[in-house]
Design a protein around this ligand. Structure first.
Ligand SMILES: Nc1ncnc2c1ncn2[C@@H]1O[C@H](COP(=O)(O)OP(=O)(O)O)[C@@H](O)[C@H]1O
Ligand SMILES: O=C(O)C1=C[C@@H](OP(=O)(O)O)[C@@H](O)[C@H](O)C1
Ligand SMILES: [Mg+2]
Length: 206
């Protein structure tokens, strides 16, 4: 039986905190141990913003792999793609994530393509608990329209690119331990659903 959970029913039995959730944080952190919570999913799904909120709710360090790549290369993601190409970016992304995954527990938000690497997926399976933030095409397109910082979408038809990425990547995102759908719900509600999903995976199932 798969131990993956789809989780979308935050609402019942919640406590009144900034992020409303009903999770026993201490037990969750105990079960997490040295592993990190790793967000995967397409561009615009909310990995960066939701990851930061979940880290704050659990008092864990937060690191976004794109930010870390920009810090070590001293270059923006668009400049890295333009100057060195996607293959170099992917190689740096793999190395940065391999290092970060040894430094848990923390919350790690990855760039949308990171989980396509088999080595990274194996490292995440060993040293992390993965959360797929899953959104529909319209939601993703609305969210990525706000910024021009995603080189893969700087094309004539970004919607067609996103559709192709959905087809290519969904089977692999599907290996994540927890899946949370995200649409119009507020960021705090999504963060609470992630905490509930993690609790179901780490506490209820084990
Ligand atoms: N649940 C949500 N509700 C409203 N806006 C959201 C939500 N999740 C993400 N966003 C917005 O969508 C955009 C993309 O989010 P981001 O965290 O950068 O996605 P990712 O890191 O997965 O590419 C940001 O402007 C963010 O504020
Ligand atoms: O999906 C991808 O291949 C990418 C996603 C981006 O991160 P976000 O998913 O945080 O936007 C960033 O790593 C780069 O532009 C490539
Ligand atoms: Mg991001």
């Amino acid at each position: 039986m798969s131990n993956r959970r789809e989780f979308n029913n935050a609402g019942a039995g919640m406590t009144e905190t900034a992020i409303k959730h009903s999770v026993d944080t201490k037990t969750l952190l105990d079960r997490l141990g040295r592993r990190s919570i790793v967000f995967v999913g397409l561009m615009g799904a909310g990995k960066t913003v939701i990851g930061r909120k979940v880290a704050s709710a659990l008092s864990l360090p937060f690191i976004d792999s794109d930010h870390e790549i920009e810090a070590v290369s001293r270059m923006s993601i668009p400049d890295l793609f333009a100057n060195y190409g996607e293959a170099e970016f992917r190689s740096l992304e793999r190395r940065v994530l391999a290092r970060l995954l040894r430094e848990g527990p923390q919350v790690l938000s990855t760039g949308g393509g990171a989980f396509m690497s088999e080595r990274t997926r194996k490292a995440v399976a060993r040293n992390g608990v993965s959360v797929w933030l899953k959104a529909d095409l319209d939601t993703l397109m609305q969210r990525v329209a706000k910024r021009q910082n995603r080189p893969l979408l700087q094309t004539q038809d970004p919607r067609a690119v996103m559709e192709k990425l959905m087809a290519d990547r969904y089977p692999l995102y599907g290996e994540a331990n927890v899946v949370v759908r995200t649409r119009e719900e507020s960021k705090d509600v999504i963060a609470a659903e992630v905490l509930d999903g993690l609790a179901a995976h780490l506490i209820a199932d084990h």
